[in-house]
Design a binder for this molecule. Sequence first.
Ligand SMILES: Nc1ncnc2c1ncn2[C@@H]1O[C@H](COP(=O)(O)OP(=O)(O)OP(=O)(O)O)[C@@H](O)[C@H]1O
Length: 398
Amino acid sequence: MGGPFSDLTETIFADKSVLNESYQPEEILERDEEIDSFSHALQDVLFGREPENVFLYGKAGLGKTAVTKYMMDELQSEVAVREEANDLHVHQVNCNGKTLFMVVRRLVNDLLPDDASEFPKRGLGTGDAFDELYAQLDRLGGTHLIVFDEIDHLDDVNTLLYELPRARSNGHLTDSLVGIIGISNNYTFRQSLSAKVKDTLMETEISFSPYDAGELRRILHDRADRAFIDGACDDSAIAKAAALSAQDMGNARQAIDLLRVGAEVAERDGDNVVSDDHIEEARTLVQRGRLRNKIRDQTEHAQYILETIAKLDKRGDVPARSKTIQDGYERVAEAYGASPLTTLKSIQDHLSDLHMLGFLLRHERNYGLKGGQYYEYELDLDPDIVLETREEIIDAAD
Ligand SMILES: Nc1ncnc2c1ncn2[C@@H]1O[C@H](COP(=O)(O)OP(=O)(O)OP(=O)(O)O)[C@@H](O)[C@H]1O
């Protein structure tokens, strides 16, 4: 008798890692113009001059990170064979959830020699961290490109963008050159900068637009050729994954996810070719996965409220008024041993946030002759997803 794995003799994958999030494609497709502007902005690096600052804008999954990584690798190889070019150092920091001090400190710690002690978390200020950063950049010398991912999340971004580009002219840097690469999902980021920074920040802006179905098809074909053994993926499956993602934000990450999950479904079913049907099933699974993550990201009380509305939904008691939801919410919170928020207003604020985030539908009602209005709410997603996700969270906490 065979064990649980003994039936698994065949696989449709030649190299499944090609479909992983961490895979860096050797070739970037369909982004020639963006790569062109990027090379222009950075060309000074090859001549030992200070590069322009570069800001990349675009929604999720449009290739900003992949293009940046590709450009940095290409620039490194080119610098290696150019006499006029300085040594090139590339540093990367994600700004999400960090203060300016934390970001500068992170850069300092990445730059410090291995045997040096870390820059302290407490006791020194942002100015000290900048001084140490300049000292380390100069110690290493050469050209430094610093990639600030999710730069729009940084508090006090104006100080960063005022300080760093001027470090040389202000005499803080003498032996090194520095260029900033900022990545942001938010197209209005530039408008939010102070006038002083806007006027003086010399930068090239590159905006990444959503991929259309044809572009996504070519990106997926290229991946599929590497990921699958010959003939293991129908062209129509690729066209379907591309079309679905093009309709929904033109996100390449989503398209690749659909292909990977579709292939897993095919494997699970013992089919040796990935077809449209597998992609269709993958669509539901990927959507559910995304919703689960979105629910997990909510605060504890917002999750209690979602759970309450899911339970009301199962009983057929929706749409429901905020007072009804509050009553149910109090029971749910207490069942988890939490003290419920006490005011109706705080529940209404949560309901309004959850509506804005797309979890809830909101219906405006009138009191009739008395005049005045109120709202009723119901879930805009399958209540089972909410209840299952809550169970998973509780099980994991046990
Ligand atoms: N033009 C492309 N050619 C090949 N692969 C691509 C291309 N664009 C995106 N990808 C792939 O799609 C996925 C998402 O791309 P990437 O991480 O670069 O997006 P992003 O714009 O940085 O999004 P986010 O803001 O969510 O980080 C990655 O796996 C990446 O390799």
